[in-house]
Design a protein around this ligand. Sequence first.
Ligand SMILES: *[C@@H]1O[C@H](CO)[C@@H](O)[C@H](O)[C@H]1NC(C)=O
Ligand SMILES: *[C@@H]1O[C@H](CO)[C@@H](O)[C@H](O)[C@H]1NC(C)=O
Ligand SMILES: *[C@@H]1O[C@H](CO)[C@@H](O)[C@H](O)[C@H]1NC(C)=O
Ligand SMILES: *[C@@H]1O[C@H](CO)[C@@H](O)[C@H](O)[C@H]1NC(C)=O
Ligand SMILES: *[C@@H]1O[C@H](CO)[C@@H](O)[C@H](O)[C@H]1NC(C)=O
Ligand SMILES: *[C@@H]1O[C@H](CO)[C@@H](O)[C@H](O)[C@H]1NC(C)=O
Ligand SMILES: *[C@@H]1O[C@H](CO)[C@@H](O)[C@H](O)[C@H]1NC(C)=O
Ligand SMILES: *[C@@H]1O[C@H](CO)[C@@H](O)[C@H](O)[C@H]1NC(C)=O
Ligand SMILES: *[C@@H]1O[C@H](CO)[C@@H](O)[C@H](O)[C@H]1NC(C)=O
Ligand SMILES: *[C@@H]1O[C@H](CO)[C@@H](O)[C@H](O)[C@H]1NC(C)=O
Ligand SMILES: *[C@@H]1O[C@H](CO)[C@@H](O)[C@H](O)[C@H]1NC(C)=O
Length: 755
Amino acid sequence: MRWHALATLTLLQWATATPSSPSEGLLKKDGVSLGSWQEAYAKASSFVSKLNNSQKLSLITGNNVNNTGGTFEALTFEDGSQGVEYYYYVSAFSQASALAMTWDKDAFYAQAKAVATEHYLKGVHIVNGPTSQPLGRTVWSGRLGETFSPDPYLNGIAFGVSVKAYTDTGVVAGGKHFLLNEQETNRLSASTGGSGGSTSSAAPYSSNADDKALHELYLWPFYDAVKNGMGAVMCAMNEVNNTLSCENSELLLKRLKTELGYPGMVYPDVDAQSTAKGSAINGLDYGSSRIWSDSAVNELLSNGTLTQARLNDMAIRNLMGYYYVHLDNGTHPSVADRDAFVDVRANHSRLIRANGGKSVILLKNTDNALPLKRPHTMSVFGSHARAAIAGPNVEFTVQGSGPTYNGHLATGTGSGEGSMSYLIDPHAALTRKASEDGTMIRWILNDTYSSSATGLPSGIGDAGTFISASYSAYAEYSDVCLVFLNALAGEGADRTELYNDDQDTMVSTVASSCNNTVVIINTVGARLVDQWIENENVTAVLYSSLLGQESGNSIVDILYGDTNPSGRLTYTLAKNESDYPVGICETKQCNFTEGVYIDYRYFDAYNITPRYPFGHGLSYTTFSYSSLSVSSSTLSFLSTYPTGSLSVGGYTDLWDTVTTISATITNTGSVSGAEVAQLYLTYPSSAKQPIKQLRGFERIDLSPGEQKTVSFSLRRRDISYWDVAAQKWAVARGTYIVRVGTSSRDLKLVGSFVV
Ligand SMILES: *[C@@H]1O[C@H](CO)[C@@H](O)[C@H](O)[C@H]1NC(C)=O
Ligand SMILES: *[C@@H]1O[C@H](CO)[C@@H](O)[C@H](O)[C@H]1NC(C)=O
Ligand SMILES: *[C@@H]1O[C@H](CO)[C@@H](O)[C@H](O)[C@H]1NC(C)=O
Ligand SMILES: *[C@@H]1O[C@H](CO)[C@@H](O)[C@H](O)[C@H]1NC(C)=O
Ligand SMILES: *[C@@H]1O[C@H](CO)[C@@H](O)[C@H](O)[C@H]1NC(C)=O
Ligand SMILES: *[C@@H]1O[C@H](CO)[C@@H](O)[C@H](O)[C@H]1NC(C)=O
Ligand SMILES: *[C@@H]1O[C@H](CO)[C@@H](O)[C@H](O)[C@H]1NC(C)=O
Ligand SMILES: *[C@@H]1O[C@H](CO)[C@@H](O)[C@H](O)[C@H]1NC(C)=O
Ligand SMILES: *[C@@H]1O[C@H](CO)[C@@H](O)[C@H](O)[C@H]1NC(C)=O
Ligand SMILES: *[C@@H]1O[C@H](CO)[C@@H](O)[C@H](O)[C@H]1NC(C)=O
Ligand SMILES: *[C@@H]1O[C@H](CO)[C@@H](O)[C@H](O)[C@H]1NC(C)=O
């Protein structure tokens, strides 16, 4: 669907000066104000001005360009944000979904910086990441392990900070997936549906979201990424409104390149480019030489379908990120062989361990069951406690496997897969701790062990009686029982379950004999706990995503209190899978009829009680909240729509701070810990927004008795909604309510301001 006929007028109003041909989304000196990208534009334009069309074609199809000055090597792209994929001597970091659970902007930055440094030193130019989406329209989506959160604000902050770290390090951030790539099912081709004889369509599913949901949920985090220096965007495999993402002028030209002022290149996910013409004229900048052959492109040029200006623009956009991050400065090494001993890991293992600990969420802790205090006897259950039979540096693939992993699950699959040079599993880390503490450990590292199996070790129970190896016998004679669970899905396949019968039976069996059962879960997405959460013998639950190569150490640091848990849920954990609003779409047409009502926005609107709300997480200490204050409680000066210039990241004044909220947090317990203070905003009813939305969070460390003031800066965009008629972000008139607290359903302080 072309858009320019209907949108030209709007664009003329938007641009600071009139772009001569807005429909092509061209970068121009007099178009979107380029700000700090000005120098990159000058260098890229100058380079491209010396190329003939066949050299430009080489550039945009990923081939070397021979130039009078020598050869310009083709840009190298590599997965991913959890570390350099398919390389030796690199680090395997935690998944984005785990990192987001830290709610720690410094941790986001530090990890992204370390990841980017490893890519840089291996000779990578463009990282296929960070990965903002799938956002999480449906909890069943297979790739949510790779992404931050279904809350667009949290997702956007993590996405933007990560992009900034990549940029600061000198690699180009290739943010993905653009856009509405919310599930794996039918991503290559969809059944056209209809009752009876359904036929298969060669095209993937079409995500049909309305303009409001598009802006307020899915496009939102891309604003943060563009603002922070993203130089490449990966368009997705799916269609949007029945047009492929990579050929979709509404998405690429109107939204990304104009509304967001995006100055970089758009490149396709695997096989996501379909036609030479459709992709070239609708906004794709980098593609396949099979599709953009010399003859195909020359024909488009000669019959006037493709303008010379647009071809130049494609070439320039390919180089914008390259120059912006200074990859031309002579320091960047040439690309390393995958198995060469180019060791880029430095001390990243320490960061991975620390961030892993910060990612662990304490969901439940009855009578301070945790932290552990030198138990005499411990039993450990479940195959997730130990390393898999082979590894660690092997390729995972979920297609045809899952829904659980037979081994310790510490990295993702497909493009979410870390390359591990080693793996610390929980059993190894517990063993080391036991050797220090004098603890005796028994273990059955199997989810379906039956005591009728022979040849397994027996033991001594109370009063010298002999016991055979079984969940219940081991459990009964233990001061603490640790049960390890996981859930696996990833690129290419969606979730098939949100809980697992074998693993849940293991928990219940252990708990029936052990009054101090601690459950540890690492999961790619929501993993329900209602099968046993109210069992009084389940005294504590730790919950996180996949933690990377130091996973066992991170978990043990939490179990023993060397790290005080501060992780928070980045999505809602329901009591029942039927409580979630959206399933996997099985038809060609996927209508996003839920609009913006996903995750807690839905649970709030329909008054559904979750098991654990968005933002929930306990600590080994306690915190109190006091003294909420609002810096400006009357914002009478604010115009409804932004009035700044259209720049990289949209209108400049969308980013202005309009008011600041502060609150005082006190550590009222006896150990040091970190609190994640969260701010939720309720709009005036005229804005037709969800009941409350996250618009600020700060993680702060506090020693016992210590008090700190946290402040949350609300930007114009944070108090705006998408005005569909005006096609602009609008500030509503009326009273905004702000609440600050420790989760989306535990809000301690309230205040307000008036626009
Ligand atoms: C483009 O320039 C290159 C390098 O100077 C040259 O080898 C090639 O023949 C030129 N191609 C065309 C079509 O002019
Ligand atoms: C570029 O030059 C090298 C030699 O310097 C040559 O081997 C290669 O074929 C040339 N590539 C193109 C696309 O002209
Ligand atoms: C080139 O850029 C990288 C990454 O920003 C930086 O580390 C390096 O110091 C720069 N080199 C020079 C010579 O400026
Ligand atoms: C898709 O269609 C809906 C309904 O017409 C419209 O609101 C939305 O803006 C369209 N989105 C895109 C990206 O074309
Ligand atoms: C130009 O050529 C392309 C590719 O063959 C074709 O799709 C398109 O319709 C042509 N346009 C015109 C105006 O002839
Ligand atoms: C890693 O080393 C760098 C200096 O090379 C230091 O600044 C940083 O604090 C260290 N990080 C950790 C987690 O030890
Ligand atoms: C788990 O134990 C059962 C016997 O109780 C056995 O059949 C199964 O193969 C074991 N699984 C693994 C992964 O070892
Ligand atoms: C809890 O554990 C005790 C043994 O310590 C057992 O007697 C009791 O039945 C268990 N309760 C449940 C609900 O499993
Ligand atoms: C758990 O059971 C043990 C005996 O097996 C008992 O000593 C202990 O007090 C019980 N703990 C709780 C919290 O009930
Ligand atoms: C979830 O809800 C379904 C249907 O309402 C019900 O059959 C099922 O037992 C519930 N599951 C749990 C774990 O409560
Ligand atoms: C999606 O929406 C379109 C347009 O409103 C409608 O024609 C179609 O039946 C819907 N498809 C499904 C699967 O609900």
